[in-house]
Design a protein around this ligand. Structure first.
Ligand SMILES: Nc1nc2c(ncn2[C@@H]2O[C@H](COP(=O)(O)OP(=O)(O)OP(=O)(O)O)[C@@H](O)[C@H]2O)c(=O)[nH]1
Ligand SMILES: [Mg+2]
Length: 465
């Protein structure tokens, strides 16, 4: 449970559907007065029964001051603590008219509700212990998911399985600390001396490492695969980039050195999000403007999950092509032989510079020849990155949590090194190091977290969620 006390909150209200014309607009209220406020403005049709928990009721929304009927719609009461926020929640589904919804909102405020701030419903859910921070962040990631795989990843984090794994690590550490501290007062020769904590510490460290790896997998699912199109100038990188997007996005000219800066666009492929980046061509002896462009290209390659190395498949490769491939060492690469409409030089000419392990495709970005095959190969590669068999889509730590997990692993890693160097570590030293790891872990799930961090997290939300 979070440390924050739920100090008799007021009742908040917001439009939960996007502003603008729509079929239906939903207004949501949460707090102790939400039901009373609803009853002042909502007249159920028929008047046979009052509002019942979780039963939608059709009726009219009336301005209690003027008696004007503003709209008709469905009201739904969800009593706390079984609701999203843990408080009494009311949802009013009305016609999606911005004017009507705005008027009703104003009336609800006049009746005592306060306009909600960003993410305040979810923040209340967190403060009420209905969900932890990992889940709260999954809510916003689900809403903002750029593609189906990202949505599945966020949905998986909404289940508590990831939170439970983190709590398990935390509980194990606390357990080891408790055992160590129980023995601090015994001297070393004592028959009750603490058992060697090293095997347990090593095991917990392994679990933490697994969670980190899962986080990286989560990142490619959640944020997309950083896919960089790289090559020497004029090989057709921008033409290929545009062809993959199906849009004339990057400038193409016959002159080498056209692309000076990175260009970013998003592509959904087989459900996965591909963050495609076109780059400045890498060449020897660049001019001063190109130097900066190439520096940016290199930074993109260094952070890439996948590099599409574009070569001119119609001409013999040269030192510059070899240099591009050298810079991609350590990255996952796909080789694209472009301009095959101009006639392809024998593959053997590329043997010395191109790795046989990387997938290779011949295309003409200009005519579109081979693009379907390229998309298929790309989709397979993307799938192998996002779903290493037999792993089902599961949630991974996001960036905030990864940093905290890394911070938690530092003292433990240090302790393991000490164990390796010197078999006997005083229990008070070991417990001190382990305690340093527990703090960041409890910040991941929000067991201990300050308001500033909560503000930053819920700032990402929209009003009404
Ligand atoms: N024949 C043929 N020409 C192509 C093909 N792809 C690109 N081109 C031409 O090659 C020239 C360079 O294309 P770009 O896409 O600008 O090349 P780039 O690799 O982005 O070049 P820089 O941005 O300068 O590094 C243009 O004249 C394109 O029309 C292709 O598949 N076949
Ligand atoms: Mg270009």
């Amino acid at each position: 449970m979070p440390l924050h006390a739920n100090k008799s909150p007021d009742t908040i209200v917001a439009l939960s559907t996007p502003p603008g014309y729509s079929g239906i607009g939903v207004i949501r209220m949460s707090g102790p007065d939400s039901r009373a406020i609803l009853e002042r403005v909502f007249q159920p049709a028929g008047m046979r029964r009052g509002m019942r928990n979780r039963k939608g009721l059709y009726g009219k929304v009336v301005d209690p001051e003027s008696g004007t009927v503003l709209d008709d719609g469905i009201a739904l009461v969800m009593e706390g603590p079984g609701s999203y926020t843990g408080e009494d929640v009311v949802e009013l589904s009305l016609h999606g008219s911005p004017v009507v919804l705005d008027t009703v909102l104003q009336i609800l405020v006049r009746q005592g509700a306060r306009p909600a701030t960003r993410g305040e419903f979810t923040r209340r859910a967190f403060l009420a212990g209905k969900l932890d921070l990992v889940q709260a962040e999954a809510v916003i990631d689900l809403i903002e998911a750029p593609g189906p795989l990202a949505a599945q990843e966020a949905r998986a984090r909404l289940d508590r399985s990831l939170s439970e794994r983190i709590e398990e690590v935390s509980a194990t550490l606390k357990d080891i600390v408790a055992r160590l501290e129980a023995h601090i007062d015994f001297d070393e020769d004592d028959e009750h001396a603490a058992p060697d904590p090293e095997p347990d510490v090593r095991l917990v460290f392994e679990h933490m490492r697994e969670l980190l790896e899962l986080g990286d997998l989560g990142r490619v699912r959640r944020e997309g695969i950083r896919t960089v199109v790289a090559g020497k100038p004029n090989v057709g990188k921008s033409t290929l980039f545009n062809a993959l997007l199906g849009a004339d996005r990057a400038i193409v000219t016959p002159f080498a050195g056209t692309t000076r800066d990175t260009v970013h666009e998003r592509l959904i492929l087989g459900g996965a999000t591909v963050n495609l980046c076109d780059t400045a061509g890498i060449r020897e002896n660049p001019d001063p403007i190109e130097i900066e462009g190439i520096r940016r290209t290199e930074a993109q390659i260094a952070a890439a999950d996948l590099v599409l190395v574009v070569l001119d498949g119609s001409s013999v490769p040269d030192r510059e092509d070899a240099a591009v491939l050298t810079r991609c060492k350590g990255r996952r690469v796909m080789t694209v032989f472009n301009k095959i409409d101009l006639g392809a030089v024998p593959e053997s000419m590329f043997r010395d510079i191109v790795s046989a392990d990387a997938p290779q495709v011949g295309v003409s970005a200009m005519t579109g020849d081979g693009l379907d095959a390229l998309r298929r190969t790309l989709a397979q590669t993307v799938q192998s990155i996002t779903s290493p068999a037999p792993d089902p889509p599961s949630g991974g730590l996001n960036r905030r949590c990864l940093l905290l997990m890394e911070a938690a692993m530092i003292p433990i890693g240090q302790l393991l090194e000490d164990f390796a160097r010197d078999a006997v570590i005083a229990p008070e030293i070991a417990s001190l190091e382990l305690r340093r790891a527990i703090g960041p872990l409890s910040e991941i799930t929000g067991e201990r977290v300050d308001d500033g961090i909560l503000d930053r997290i819920f700032e990402r939300f929209c009003v009404g969620k």
